[in-house]
Design a binder for this molecule. Structure first.
Ligand code: TMP
Length: 410
């Protein structure tokens, strides 16, 4: 189900490390363990009672002291994670606003040829095609989602991104011309062979192609304690320095780094083959920073467990069966007796169990029907939107609990 990962996928540190006991000069080159979240199920393994679960794997973070890339200690087989993927990019108001900001910041315009890597169900490309007038093509390994996208008129190659799958998308759907824009939103962190990935992108770029790579920013993760975004699908946690090291062996250069507040804070690395005058202002992340982060995470988990124990006589549910919720449930050991159910508006998740637990996922209407005392907001990235639309629940005495960055009841 998984293999061990022991060298840095951005800079190669540890690649030539000899087995323990062998006196190689590189024997000391080892990634450093910095956070252990135990053995966890796959965060999006939402299954009904009779469906087979995919299994459990260690969830442990390693730090590269050379380029600062943080990365998991294992790689779960991509076929297990992505062949029938249940994560559908949300078309919530929050995401639509983000897409609008991204289009403006990248200067995407009518007639541009756009290739999206990891195009999911084609949601973002639909906007580019229908509202901006772009010529679009997607590549996505989740066959179920690629099919949905194709049916709604977004040409999508159902395959892992590679030079070959991108070339197919370009030949069949972009008239054989290199893309003006290549977008990869939240894809980089899923890629094991990161250097191969960036090399393949380099090969499909023309001189003026703009590449936009959106990733959760590791500094936000650390500052705001978003440890629940650490799960098996996210193999790497990118810093700007690691990105610089990664692209340094290609003909691409960082042209700009854009910050957006969606998902708790993301960065978009804008790359191109043109000479760049951009200089980084990022303070280098250290192993001490990670050790401090690890202490604070364990405190946050302890606080939620403690809060649940204190309120054990009250009815408590979850809101948002995000992958983040899976990390919380399993790190805190929550079961149905602690969290009665989780509300979620994704039909594919409803009437399934929260992975690793017996907690059922139900529709959002359950909040008003059941009127629990507390709803723990595991989709904290949509806190404003979800709290606003559930004012009726609060009017009837219900309260939301936001677990991060500090537990608050509102
Ligand atoms: P995500 O942060 O991984 O996108 O997960 C958020 C989850 O929250 C996703 O399963 C959809 C769910 N959700 C709701 O149930 N209601 C909402 O209003 C929003 C915005 C999200």
């Amino acid at each position: 189900m998984y293999t061990l990962h022991n060298h840095c996928r951005a800079c190669g540190y540890g690649e030539n490390t000899a087995p323990d006991g062998c006196k190689s000069e590189k024997a000391h080159e080892k990634l450093i363990p910095v956070l252990d979240l135990g053995i966890q199920p796959l965060a999006n393994d939402f299954k009904s009672d009779r469906e087979e679960r995919e299994g459990f794997a260690p969830l442990k973070m390693m730090f590269c002291p050379n380029c600062t890339l943080a990365q998991l200690s294992v790689v779960v087989k991509p076929e297990i994670l992505y062949s029938n993927y249940s994560y559908i990019t949300s078309m919530s108001r929050t995401m639509l606003r983000h897409f609008g900001q991204l289009v403006a910041a990248l200067g995407i315009k009518n007639g541009d040829r756009v290739l999206e890597i990891g195009s999911n169900d084609g949601g973002f490309l639909s906007i580019l095609k229908d509202e901006i007038g772009c010529q679009v093509a997607g590549v996505d390994p989740a066959i179920n989602l690629a099919r949905i996208a194709t049916v709604k008129g977004i040409p999508t190659v159902g395959a892992m991104f590679s030079f070959d799958s991108a070339r197919n998308a370009i030949s069949f759907h972009l008239g054989g011309l290199l893309p003006d824009i290549i977008i990869a939103r939240h894809v980089c962190c899923h890629i094991d062979n990161l250097r191969g990935f960036i090399n393949d992108i380099d090969r499909i770029c023309g001189d003026n192609t703009i590449v936009a790579i959106e990733v959760p920013y590791v500094k936000h993760l650390m500052d705001k304690l978003y440890f629940d975004t650490i799960y098996h699908e996210h193999l790497s946690y990118m810093s700007t320095y690691a990105m610089e090291m990664l692209v340094s062996k290609t003909s691409l250069r960082i042209k700009d780094v854009l910050h957006f507040d969606v998902h708790g804070g993301v960065v978009v690395y804008v790359l191109s083959k043109q000479p760049s005058s951009w200089v980084s202002d990022e303070k280098r992340i250290t192993v001490e920073d990670w050790n401090d982060f690890s202490f604070r995470c364990h405190d946050a988990m302890g606080n939620l467990v403690q809060w649940q124990r204190t309120n054990d006589s009250k009815s408590i549910v979850g809101y948002g069966a995000s992958a983040k919720s899976t990390v919380w449930m399993n790190a805190c050991g929550f079961r149905r007796k602690h969290i009665k159910f989780i509300c979620d508006n994704t039909p594919q998740k409803q009437w399934k169990c929260s992975p690793g637990t017996d907690i059922p996922i139900v529709d959002e209407g359950a909040l008003l029907r059941e009127l629990p005392d507390y709803a723990v907001l595991f989709a904290w990235n949509y806190a404003d939107e979800i709290i606003a639309k559930n004012q009726a629940y609060r009017d009837k005495g219900g309260k939301f609990v936001v677990p991060l960055p500090e537990l608050r009841v509102c």
